[in-house]
Design a protein. Structure first.
Length: 180
């Protein structure tokens, strides 16, 4: 029975998409447009908000960095930095922290991988890995630091803003057999 269902699905899909020749040029159709929409505008905006964290450091733009945060309740945002024992609470406390990085590091790149977004209405949870490439000021050897990041974002006036950001350093670890 499953073979029949699979055959019908393949037949319908082939009929809907058409059978193309690999030598034919790409043509945008209603089908390719609908497939492209599988990534929603909100998902693209969330990705941009996450990329702009790296962009703010690369461009040394304090306003970009602070502009990523929800200011409706500025004292309730939290940032858990990998290197700090306590979370930073409140938007006003982020500026000195960010400035310390801008004063001491040259961020070359902050590539994102493994981005996963879970959205419910105007709230989203996102996870990703950053690969930071940086130098210490005034100049040093290029260093690479992989980190993991978890975000809670809220949509305000069409913009996705951070309410919580937790960062941790990733490292190689072989778990015991009982945990695999």
């Amino acid at each position: 029975m499953r073979t029949l269902q699979l055959s019908i699905a393949i037949g319908l899909l082939t009929g809907a998409l058409g059978c193309g020749n690999a030598a034919e040029p790409y043509r945008e159709t209603k089908t390719t447009q609908s497939i492209a929409r599988l990534v929603t505008a909100d998902e693209l905006a969330i990705r941009q908000a996450i990329e702009d964290y790296a962009n703010g450091f690369i461009q040394e733009d304090m306003q970009m960095l602070l502009g990523l945060w929800d200011t409706v309740n500025p004292s309730s945002v939290t940032y858990v930095a990998a290197e700090l024992d306590q979370p930073i609470v409140g938007v006003t406390n982020l500026a000195p922290y960010y400035q310390s990085f801008l004063d001491t590091l040259i961020i070359k790149s902050g590539d994102i991988s493994n981005l996963q977004i879970f959205q419910t209405g105007d709230t989203a949870y996102a996870f990703c890995n950053y690969t930071w490439v940086y130098e210490n000021k005034p100049a040093s050897a290029e260093l690479v630091q992989p980190t993991r990041a978890t975000f809670v974002l809220v949509k305000r006036n069409g913009h996705w803003l951070y309410q919580h950001f937790h960062e941790s350093i990733s490292f190689e670890y072989e778990p015991p057999t009982s945990l695999r």
